[in-house]
Design a protein. Structure first.
Length: 359
């Protein structure tokens, strides 16, 4: 195969594996609610409907909410309890249950530059594209350095007397401004102080994205948030979607969070690549974003959701990741949900309860 064809198929491989989007294909997050939801713990949802995009307008007709059920598949239900009792000895290979996979030092993240698979993995949208003047959201610009000095930007969305402090990690496309509706939900209905940040190369952040770099960026964001909110890093709730879920899992390896929320993410990057293009998956290192191996060492609260018709990250990959977790965990199955479909309103009710019940 020629070098040109290898590059073409490599691009197809990684894009299929991670749901890559170009800047013209970024999906604006959509949140819709039923007319009312009951009060859950410390959080109460009023009867008015949430705005469904960054401008407070209704979602277009094509963005229809999918139905949902809170039950995992038979595979997940039958294996989750034995896995918790046996410490996953019968599910994960020995190599996954011993030492956690490690990324290289963040000091080399920027100087070394992205590898071939990373060049095809990250699809940032740079400022000023996006919605940088969100309505109905209290937001302050946050600037802080990553471990190697790369200047990063985030949105700090504070509330008075927060019920939770959240670090939000977005996916591999777009920038943080596309997640304004989610941040508005966290602020208004979860009563949570949140930091959403852009990885290096995204939005207003400097640099160029690499696997080591974005994880280092997330660690820097967590440290900044802890200082700004006046809480220890162990009291921060980590929420990650798609690739951001893998980034959030990486952070559990050094500081156990108060809680972990994963949306439409994978057991490992290589496993997803092998599912789509097994003959070309060799360009993805086996230990890159090996989330299942790392999650096997996490024993804290977990809420995980995944669409059972996800064509980008297979539902089975999400199930494998869920099985790896040892602690208190809950799986929310999005019936008929594809990768870029909006989360159903029932999910947000479940998320509210999860956050309200965190120790």
């Amino acid at each position: 195969m020629s070098a040109r064809k290898q590059l073409y198929f490599g691009a197809a491989l990684v894009c299929a594996a991670l749901g890559c989007t170009t800047k013209d294909e970024v999906h604006t997050t959509v949140i819709a609610e039923p007319a009312s939801l009951p009060a859950i713990g410390r959080v109460s949802v009023p009867s008015e409907q949430l705005p469904t995009n960054a401008d407070g307008l209704a979602a277009p007709p094509s963005e229809v909410q999918v139905a949902a059920t809170g039950e995992p598949s038979d595979k997940t239900k039958s294996a989750s309890e034995p896995a918790r009792r046996k410490g996953l000895a019968s599910i994960l290979p020995a190599s996954a249950s011993s030492t956690s996979p490690k990324l290289t030092s963040p000091k080399s993240a920027q100087s070394d530059g992205p590898s071939l698979d990373e060049r095809l993995l990250f699809f940032p949208v740079k400022y000023p594209e996006g919605n940088w003047q969100p309505t109905g959201l209290r937001v302050d610009d946050a600037w802080f350095p990553s471990a190697d000095g790369t200047r990063l930007h985030g949105w700090y969305c504070p509330v008075d007397k927060p019920a939770a402090v959240i670090l939000y990690c977005h996916g591999n496309g777009g920038n943080l401004s596309y997640d304004a509706p989610v941040l508005r939900f966290f602020q208004k209905y979860l009563q949570a102080t949140t930091l959403a940040f852009d990885y290096r190369g995204y939005g207003r952040s400097e640099g160029r994205a690499t696997a080591e770099g974005v994880v280092a960026d997330a660690r820097a964001a967590r440290a900044w948030l802890a200082h700004q909110a006046g809480v220890p890093e162990s009291q921060i709730v980590l929420i990650g979607r798609s690739l951001g879920g893998a980034v959030a899992v990486q952070l559990t390896g050094d500081v156990r969070p108060r809680g972990l929320v994963l949306e439409s993410t994978f057991s490992s990057l290589k496993a997803v690549a092998e599912h789509h293009y097994p003959k070309l998956a060799s360009i993805v290192p086996a230990d890159k974003f090996d989330s299942a191996a790392l999650l096997a060492n996490y024993d804290g609260p977990l809420l995980q959701s995944h669409g059972d018709r996800d064509r980008t990250i297979p539902f089975s990959s999400g199930e494998d990741l869920f099985l790896a977790a040892k602690g208190s965990k809950e799986f929310f199955r999005v019936a008929n949900g594809d990768h870029n479909d909006p989360q159903p309103s029932d999910y947000y009710g479940r998320l509210m309860r999860f956050v309200a019940e965190l120790p």
